[in-house]
Design a binder for this molecule. Structure first.
Ligand SMILES: Cc1cc2nc3c(=O)[nH]c(=O)nc-3n(C[C@H](O)[C@H](O)[C@H](O)COP(=O)(O)OP(=O)(O)OC[C@H]3O[C@@H](n4cnc5c(N)ncnc54)[C@H](O)[C@@H]3O)c2cc1C
Length: 440
């Protein structure tokens, strides 16, 4: 009997999963699958990596849940097109189902697998699952992506219909629709892939508490609070929580949280339209900013030794936990780009190495926003004062003391750069680049 494969990627859950529901409704028995993609993992330093550990734990959980529902769960370590080629030789596969992915690498990978399916006469079906609106669904009247968030958000809200936030009945459909395969190779272990477990600090993959969500707009910027925002970014990144679920809660309880989730849709849509964003400043008049190749300054920023307490606390939290509150992300990014005049791409890559919730679209979108170079961007001539930001978001210095134990002692470094000097240098450098490009 022919089967359908369901390929999990950024949707590591059985409930409310659009592509899985479609596979289960196809009439074919379904075998779920995950591929540890060597095209990605070959670039990850061994042995410890927080994201690989997180993915591994979730895949193992999915395998157990699939077995409990009466099916086989396949997991392989290899290049996706090659894994599929082998599977198509061994099994009678009629269709592959998956959820749409928007990153440039994922788009190319999926095109290659779709091509292979076509050559073999196998269906390749994708569903929208990670976001509410994607690709060309929310555009300006002239059919281009919005260049500011407010009009995008308004158009998004106007387009929203209640059914778009309704859950897909994937978990409910599982019984009796999964296929049990007689002999399958064992799933790869972390050790076989060259990795060792990494201790993580991750909130549960459940909806945040109602009280937190109700007060979100008041707490999200307060660095002294450990529970200031939802802390669900890692779960949205890997799909252990459905975005529809969180959106429904936000819609009912807090419009500010809903707006932040709309930012997520927005940046994912922008990366799909402009796949060059990770490599290039979007604003052509700012592509010539002469960023400094200041390795030693960059190192001090990475290590949290700039002498600016807010920046240092943030970078140390990031290095130790893989998480950073939004306010501290903005402050650290702005300091690197404006105060140190270091290329936003260096910072984007460093965050990419460290963040457990690392998401190319959101990271690049936000870095370009902070740098003033993005499709949507803060004014390039705005340079935050790290000390004023500290007074505003950590007035009691609780956050700083938590991460910088030597703060206030002689062991704490003097500021790497004078704020007034740095501010004037950033503005004059940006202005010169902007004017030269506008004139030429
Ligand atoms: C320089 C910089 C880099 C960033 N890199 C990432 C990244 O790699 N991955 C990532 O998930 N977020 C990134 N963000 C956005 C934001 O900081 C995090 O999503 C947020 O801090 C995660 O914590 P939370 O889940 O408690 O967020 P909450 O405040 O509870 O928000 C709920 C969800 O809304 C979305 N969201 C919130 N803020 C933003 C935003 N500014 N842009 C887009 N979506 C948002 C996220 O999915 C988040 O989980 C970045 C922000 C900056 C300034």
């Amino acid at each position: 009997m022919p089967i359908a494969l369901f390929w999990h990627r950024r949707d590591l859950r059985l409930h409310d999963n659009a592509g899985l529901a479609a596979a289960l409704q196809s009439g074919l028995p379904v075998v779920p699958l995950f591929i540890y993609d060597t095209d990605i993992l070959d670039h990850v330093p061994r042995p410890q990596d927080a994201r690989v550990t997180f993915i591994y734990d979730q895949v193992e959980r999915l395998a157990e849940q699939t077995a409990a529902a009466g099916g086989t769960f396949l997991a392989y370590y290899g290049r996706p097109a090659e894994v599929f080629r082998q599977l198509f030789d061994q099994l009678d596969v009629a269709a592959v189902y998956t959820n749409t992915d928007y990153e440039p690498y994922a788009t190319a990978r999926d095109a290659a697998v779709a091509q292979l399916c076509q050559e073999r006469g196998i269906g390749f079906e994708t569903r929208k699952d990670q976001v509410i609106f994607h690709q060309r669904e929310v555009l300006t009247k002239t059919g281009t992506p919005h260049r500011s968030f407010g009009p995008y958000r308004d158009a998004w809200l106007a387009a929203l219909r209640p059914e778009q936030l309704q859950p897909y009945p994937s978990a409910e459909l599982l019984p009796g629709r999964l296929q049990l395969l007689p002999a399958v190779p064992p799933r790869p272990t972390l050790a076989q892939m060259g990795f060792a477990p990494y201790e993580q600090f991750v909130a549960a993959a459940e909806l945040p508490g109602e009280q937190l969500v109700r007060g979100y707009h008041g707490t999200r910027d307060q660095l002294r609070l450990v529970e200031s925002s939802t802390r669900r970014s890692v779960h949205l990144r890997f799909g252990t929580l459905s975005v529809r679920e969180l959106m429904r809660q936000a819609q009912a309880l807090n419009p500010k949280l809903l707006a932040e989730l709309i930012w997520r849709d927005y940046f994912m849509m922008l990366l799909w339209h402009y796949p060059q964003l990770p490599e290039q400043s979007f604003e052509p008049r700012l592509r010539g900013v002469p960023f400094r190749h200041a390795e030693a300054d960059f190192q001090r920023w990475c290590e949290g030794r700039t002498g600016y307490p807010l920046i240092d606390a943030g970078m140390r939290e990031l290095n130790q936990t893989g998480y950073l509150p939004n306010r501290a992300r903005i402050a650290a990014a702005s300091f690197l780009v404006k105060h140190l005049l270091i290329d936003w791409r260096w910072g984007e890559r460093y965050f990419g190495d460290k963040l457990l919730d690392y998401d190319l679209a959101l990271n690049v979108g936000n870095w370009q926003w902070v740098a003033g170079t993005g499709v949507v961007a803060a004014p390039w001539f705005r340079v935050f004062s790290p000390d004023s930001q500290l007074d505003k978001f950590d007035p009691t210095r609780e956050y700083v003391r938590r991460w910088v134990p030597e703060f206030g002692t002689p062991a704490y470094p003097a500021p790497l750069i004078d704020h007034k000097f740095a501010r004037e240098r950033a503005i004059s450098t940006y202005r010169a680049a902007y004017q030269a490009a506008s004139a030429g």
